[in-house]
Design a protein around this ligand. Structure first.
Ligand SMILES: [Zn+2]
Length: 600
């Protein structure tokens, strides 16, 4: 009897010792596990220790799970899964300069092929994440195997449960949380839980898509009114050149440090027959498919645009313009926008794939030549591909090296330190702009041959972030991502259209398209006036959220509210558009010496 009591006391003290050791051991494992994460954060420029304490909570149970599992195979499997999550998190950060959010996942699903092409084209920047993640996780495996003594009670089921538990909780929370956009992953989260949260939010957003309706639309209706055309009027040619991923801050014509647009700069200085009115404005969205269809529908609000079936092609046809759509991209944006039946000539990359592979954007001239428009009045919608990543341009180094380095870059923009891969990316993007410049110049040369009045409206589907505020690429719901060049090139610089365009400040896509429509002889007006304008996210018609934007007293500051598909509105915040002030003052200075100055 006495012996048995002794035994249980000894057992108890042994259990206490074992328990204490277990907790200390799991703390040690946690420290090493987090060290792995901190090293990766440091390597990828994510602030290494800037992790919010609450995001560490799910990590408290993981080490216990590691310690309770004895099977090497299961351990390797678990670590491989965790490594994949890290790769996704840091790979996304490396590519976009932003951590993974549900919008990026949904974009990935809808444009898997495109993203795949882009990612493989930029493979160099993924080498470091892949190598580091593999090395660090292998080291962790060796550590955990050698650290585990036989002193622990092995409990596989409990171990696996503890490893799954935090992810389960995060996933469920993401599904039931009342304001999903509030818990979109931030850089203060850790990789594994961040990815699970983003995926869960994306799944929620996808599943609740059925709830989507016009509820979110403020009900702005666009009213189209035709102005009768004068039968004896001179021939009119109107063109929209929709660029791809064009960063206004990197264009020579906008005062960028490097002369990335030598041919257009010559034109701006008076070469050719056209006068230029350059502006910086806001595209309709922050991805190709989120933006181009809304431009085509001349929409004011992205959600209301869903019910607006009128396209710029329809207006043009109504006004007796022959209409052509020439594109170095696929037909998808046009399919989403509609209006195919109003276009006489449709030429897209889909049928020109082989030629496109060889000639890139130059394929547009072949399209225009082989499938020309006829008729007195003509409307061209031209969709370029340069300079989408991977930034491909065949202009030789020798030419690139000769380009001037001019003004200083806008202050404060490029202070963020860049990795070698990012520097290479910036360099290749700038080279891509040389091809953009050439493409613009060639298209203008062709259009200049038209008799009568010529109005060429040049813009882009969205910006391409080049390290501004640490962001790279496009497709996030940031206002800066929508900043694009908006230029009118015309041989009627003193006419009504030029005056209207010159009066615009920093135009929204709707204001831009209003002038395009005007050039076609159509007035498009809002049913009631609005102080706000809208910038869509990455999926057409606001289905993944959009921004309500108001101008402020400051030319480079805007007040934005994020609106999600379920009509949830964020608090307003003031956003400063980096570089906009500098570009606007450059343009003001420039316009004193340009032909656009003759406007009054
Ligand atoms: Zn695009």
């Amino acid at each position: 009897m006495i012996e048995r009591v002794d035994l249980s006391v000894r057992n108890m003290s042994q259990q206490v010792r074992q328990g204490t050791f277990f907790i200390l051991a799991s703390m040690a494992v946690l420290a090493v596990f987090l060290l792995n994460e901190v090293i990766l954060r440091y390597a990828f420029g994510l602030s290494a220790l800037n992790i919010e304490t609450r995001h560490l909570i799910p990590y408290l149970v993981l080490p216990m799970g590691f310690l309770l599992i004895v099977s090497k195979r299961i351990m390797i499997g678990v670590l491989a899964l965790l490594a994949v999550l890290q790769l996704i998190w840091f790979g996304t950060f490396t590519y976009f300069g932003n951590v993974l959010g549900p919008n990026i996942i949904l974009l990935g699903l809808s444009q898997m092929y495109e993203i795949g092409l882009t990612a493989t084209g930029e493979w160099q920047i993924f080498v470091l994440p892949v190598v580091l993640v593999i090395v660090l996780n292998s080291l962790f495996f060796v550590f955990i195997q050698s650290f585990k003594a036989d002193r622990f009670p092995i409990n596989m089921r409990l171990g696996i449960f503890l490893l799954v538990l935090p992810f389960l909780v995060i996933s469920i929370r993401a599904f039931v949380y009342s304001k999903p956009f509030v818990i979109t992953p931030s850089p203060y989260m850790l990789s594994h839980t961040g990815v699970v949260q983003a995926v869960s939010l994306a799944a929620r957003s996808g599943l609740t898509d059925a709830q989507f309706s016009d509820r979110g639309a403020p009900g702005f209706i666009v009213d189209d009114q035709a102005v009768p055309l004068d039968k004896n009027a001179e021939p009119v040619t109107v063109a929209v050149i929709m660029g791809e991923s064009i960063a206004p801050l990197e264009l020579g014509i906008y005062g960028a440090q490097k002369e990335t647009t030598p041919l257009m700069s010559k034109r701006f200085q008076g070469a050719g027959k056209l006068s230029f009115i350059p502006k910086v404005g806001f595209a309709a969205g922050t991805s190709t498919l989120g933006s181009v269809p809304l431009f085509i529908r001349m929409s004011f609000n992205p959600v209301a645009a869903f019910r607006r079936s009128t396209t710029i092609f329809e207006l043009a046809k109504k006004q007796k313009f022959s209409v052509g759509f020439y594109s170095a991209q696929n037909i998808k944006p046009l399919q989403i926008a509609g209006g195919l039946n109003h276009i006489g000539k449709v030429e897209t990359k889909d049928e020109w794939q082989a030629a496109f592979t060889q000639k890139r954007d130059a394929v547009i001239f072949d399209q225009m030549k082989k499938s020309p428009l006829n008729g007195k009045h003509r409307f061209y919608f031209i969709h370029q591909r340069t300079s989408h990543s991977p930034y491909i341009c065949d202009i030789p180094d020798a030419i690139e090296d000769r380009l001037d380095v001019r003004n200083k870059p806008p202050a404060g923009l490029y202070n963020a330190s860049k990795t070698m891969a990012q520097k290479t990316r910036l360099k290749t993007y700038k080279r891509g702009l040389l091809c953009y410049d050439k493409s613009l110049n060639d298209i203008l040369t062709r259009l200049e041959q038209r008799p009568g009045a010529l109005y060429v409206f040049i813009t882009a589907d969205h910006n391409e972030m080049m390290g501004e505020f640490g962001l790279w690429g496009h497709a996030s719901l940031d206002l800066q991502g929508a900043l694009v060049p908006m230029i009118l090139a015309t041989n009627r610089p003193n006419g009504e259209i030029a005056k209207k365009f010159a009066q615009l400040g920093t135009p929204s896509s709707f204001e831009f398209m209003q002038v395009v429509a005007k050039a076609l002889g159509q007035d498009i007006k809002l049913e009631r006036p609005s102080k706000a304008f809208y910038v869509n996210g990455i999926v057409a018609f606001g289905r993944r959220g959009y921004l309500e934007v108001k101008k402020t007293q400051q030319i480079d500051q805007f007040s934005t509210i994020t609106i999600m598909p379920d009509n949830q509105r964020s608090e307003p915040k003031i956003e400063t558009m980096g570089g906009l002030r500098e570009v606007l003052s450059y343009l003001e200075k420039y316009s004193l010496s340009s032909s656009a100055a003759t406007l009054n």
